[in-house]
Design a protein. Structure first.
Length: 393
């Protein structure tokens, strides 16, 4: 069923109305009409509809921008591939070079298209969009005349990187197997960003790489894993980048499954060494605790994904899990009192005073209870998985 061309043209005219409510309703009605179309829309209507919706992504009204993004989902399912390519290329260009304040709108629109576009369009859409995304990831910050302008450029650059990585993750997650020609250039651009100075960038890079590890060839995957393992071997545990690289191993194991198994002989002893290193175990700061928990979460994923290969490490992991379960976040490990019994007695006396009023128990929202559960949870997480997977062996 095809819509009435005269009605469509009337709605297109209203999308340019001076009243934002008229523009909103016209776009909403246009989306409704497009949803009624079975198969592809008449070719004579595709170009004017495409141009009208793309123009509304720059509309002063947020409501109109939002409904235009929604309309894109209907468009890509009713248009020929060439028209969708034009839309994706335009949005990709706007994402990289467009207005900073509208980047979220462009990002939402691209996400809608990637998730709803027909599978047959994947190869062409990906080829068009990945070129724009790589351009955005390689784009350098420009120099500005004033400090304020430079700060604004810093924010713009950071926002652009986050947006491009986010779209790259969605794109490779759905169409990664159709993008073999681009895998090498993607890794060459994204992989070095694991060492970025900003933690938000590093985290987003790890997730983005996780989306592609299931579809890259063995040579590229091996190169990625070896580089990550080498960094974990050599970086100091105080370096916050270590957390990201260990986290990346867990993400890769979750998404690539058995492909990680050949590296367990290197990864597991390495992470156990980090967990049991005196400099780490004796440091009860938040960063060291998070590092230990990160290692255990990685063990957790590897046990689930590679249970048979992890069998030889069971005894060592049991020791690590039991050791970490003895950590009590409510105990002051920095205390060096000579009379331990006296200290404990004083602590008990203080404790009686603290808990004398039943009305204050359980509702104070304090961190102690949460941290205590977290301390036990770190060890329980590994021990439970070892016990569960034992039935599979």
């Amino acid at each position: 069923m095809q819509p009435d061309p005269s009605k469509i043209r009337a709605l297109l005219k209203k999308t340019q109305h001076h009243d934002k409510d008229e523009r909103f309703m016209a776009t909403s009605d246009l989306a409704t009409e497009l949803e009624k179309v079975e198969g592809q829309l008449d070719s004579s209507l595709q170009t004017p509809i495409r141009d009208a919706i793309l123009k509304q992504l720059d509309d002063p009204s947020n409501d109109v921008q939002s409904i235009a993004c929604k309309c894109l989902c209907s468009i890509v399912q009713k248009f020929v591939c060439e028209q969708v390519e034009e839309i994706v290329d335009k949005l990709g260009s706007l994402l990289v070079n467009g207005k900073f304040e509208l980047r979220d709108i462009y990002s939402i629109a691209l996400k809608n298209i990637i998730s709803s576009v027909p599978e047959d369009f994947g190869a062409q859409i990906a080829k068009k969009l990945v070129r724009r995304l790589l351009q955005g990831l390689k784009k350098q910050k420009s120099k500005k005349d004033t400090d304020e302008e430079q700060k604004e450029e810093e924010r713009n650059h950071f926002n652009r990187l986050i947006a491009c990585l986010d779209i790259m993750k969605d794109l490779t997650g759905r169409f990664g197997f159709m993008m073999t020609e681009d895998h090498k250039s993607i890794l060459e651009t994204v992989q070095p960003m694991l060492s970025d100075s900003k933690v938000e960038i590093r985290k987003k890079v790890a997730i983005t790489l996780g989306a592609i590890v299931g579809s890259v060839n063995d040579d590229l995957f091996n190169g990625l894993m070896k580089q990550v393992i080498e960094v974990i071997k050599n970086v100091d545990f105080h370096d916050e980048k270590l957390f990201t690289f260990i986290q990346a191993v867990g993400i890769f194991a979750r998404n690539a499954g058995q492909r990680v198994s050949v590296y367990l002989k290197d990864i597991v002893p390495l992470l156990i060494k980090i967990c049991t290193d005196e400099k780490v175990t004796e440091d009860n700061g938040e960063a060291a605790i998070d590092l230990r928990e990160n290692c255990l979460q990685t063990f957790d994923v590897m046990i689930i994904q590679c249970p048979k290969q992890m069998l030889e490490h069971t005894e060592d992991l049991m020791k690590v899990g039991l050791s970490l379960m003895t950590y009590d976040p409510n105990y002051d490990y920095g205390s060096t009192g000579d009379d331990g019994d006296t200290d404990m007695a004083d602590a008990d006396a203080d404790g009686d005073d603290d808990f004398g009023d039943d009305d204050d128990w359980g509702d104070d929202g304090g961190d102690g209870w949460d941290n205590d559960e977290k301390g036990d949870g770190e060890g329980d997480m590994v021990l439970e998985d070892i016990g569960d997977d034992d039935t599979c062996w």
